[in-house]
Design a protein around this ligand. Structure first.
Ligand code: SF4
Ligand code: SF4
Length: 389
């Protein structure tokens, strides 16, 4: 499952460079759904480059987390997958495999528990800061720091040289302390914590067969104490199954639903939950086709025929670029209304067929754009890649 999601993230991010995909990685990030919430609730529109996929996947993730804690982090998040690889590398470098604890991901250092718990609270100010900045500016200011965007956007337009520096710090930190980014800084992990704490599925320990060897504690990449309690109820558990793999008393640790401890959920059951949640998110997204930006230019002439031109436009990627596209069309007599779906690079243009034509609208859109800041025309800012009719 992890390999498939990682491959999809690479195709979504780097595909546009070789004509394999037309949409970037942002539209599939569930954290974008949380960032979009404020503008969706207050204006029924999406902020910056976000769209219905972000919101649909975020709602699906919430449902998944209420069922299976932070399974998304261990089973799907492509950043989590890479950092898990680094933690394994750190564990290999440290060469401290406890007997029988094959495949565990302990990293180079295990921080003291009190420090670890304290540092986890850092996710809260990060989350509040990102949401406040997004609601206040309407821009995704976090993108330049976000390991997901920096890694998979193929040098996206917000990425700066220092973004790679920040990424380097995140990667090095996660080599030293396993999943350091996920544990201490990831705002999505922080936002999911309350739902994960209430999660229905959990790791249960059978005290009769447990030998008390504590291999499970060593193996847990989130530093949880599995060997002491009858079950793991922490909001940090990702159901990654590292503890069950490390357990020397086969069957002592298993995934069970709360209240139905006799039932055991197999690994394929967790994979199936993930696939179902993703499909559910995509279905939800289809039902939430709110626009990112709309502008009305005027009314049709008496007896005029109102038609709609459906365009996919390279260059329309956020609210700001949609606004510029609207400026281009404002010069066309007969243009009536523009509705932009920035995440899909899509514009719907209503026009008076008696006053203008689709060709004239496309020509106006693709014309050089005046940039007030630089005092120069910018060529090829917008390029129509699909047109109906
Ligand atoms: S308790 Fe087990 S399943 Fe949960 S995060 Fe730790 S190792 Fe993974
Ligand atoms: S649950 Fe398994 S790994 Fe953990 S202490 Fe008991 S026997 Fe050891």
């Amino acid at each position: 499952v992890q390999a498939s999601v990682l491959a999809l993230a690479l195709v979504a991010g780097f595909g546009p460079l070789v004509g394999l995909a037309t949409h970037g990685v942002e539209r599939f990030c569930p954290f974008g759904g949380i960032e979009a919430l404020w503008s969706v609730i207050t204006r029924q529109s999406f902020v910056c480059a976000l769209g219905p996929y972000n919101l649909g996947l975020m709602l699906a993730l919430l449902g998944l987390t209420l069922l299976a804690r932070k399974a998304f982090c261990a089973w799907a998040c492509p950043v989590g997958t890479l950092l898990e690889g680094l933690a394994r590398l750190g564990g290999w470098l440290r060469r401290t495999g406890a007997p029988g604890a094959s495949g565990h991901v302990p990293g180079l250092l295990a921080p003291p528990r009190r420090l670890d718990r304290g540092l986890r609270w850092l996710r809260l100010p990060v989350l509040v800061g990102v949401l406040a900045a997004t609601a206040g500016t309407g821009e995704l200011l976090f993108r330049a720091f976000d390991p997901y965007y920096v890694l998979f956007s193929a040098h996206g337009h917000e990425v700066r040289w220092w973004s790679y520096l920040v990424l380097g710090v995140v990667l090095t930190g996660s080599l030293v302390v396993p999943l350091a980014w996920c544990r201490y800084l990831c705002p999505l992990g922080g936002a999911l914590w309350p739902a994960a704490r209430a999660g229905w599925l959990r790791i249960a320990r059978r005290a009769e067969t447990c030998t008390g060897c504590a291999n499970c504690d060593v193996a847990c990449p989130h530093g949880l104490e599995v060997s002491r309690a009858p079950s793991v109820t922490s909001g940090e558990c990702t159901l990654c199954l590292e503890c069950t793999r490390a357990c020397v008393a086969t069957g002592s640790l298993r995934v069970v639903p709360f209240g139905l401890e006799r039932l055991r959920v197999p690994a394929w059951g967790l994979s199936a939950l993930l696939v179902l949640a993703t499909l559910g998110g995509l279905v939800l997204a289809d039902a939430m086709a709110w626009a990112s930006y709309t502008r009305e230019y005027g009314s049709p002439s008496p007896g005029g025929q109102v038609r709609t031109l459906d365009l996919e436009v390279e260059g329309v990627r956020c609210v700001d670029t949609a606004r510029r596209a609207a400026e281009q069309l404002a010069q066309v007599p007969g243009a009536l209304k523009l509705t932009a779906f920035a995440a899909d690079h899509r514009l719907l243009v209503e026009y008076d067929a008696g006053l203008t034509t689709p060709q004239a609208l496309v020509k106006a859109l693709e014309a050089p754009v005046w940039n007030e800041r630089s005092g120069e025309f910018r060529f090829n800012l917008f390029h129509v890649t699909r047109r109906e009719p």
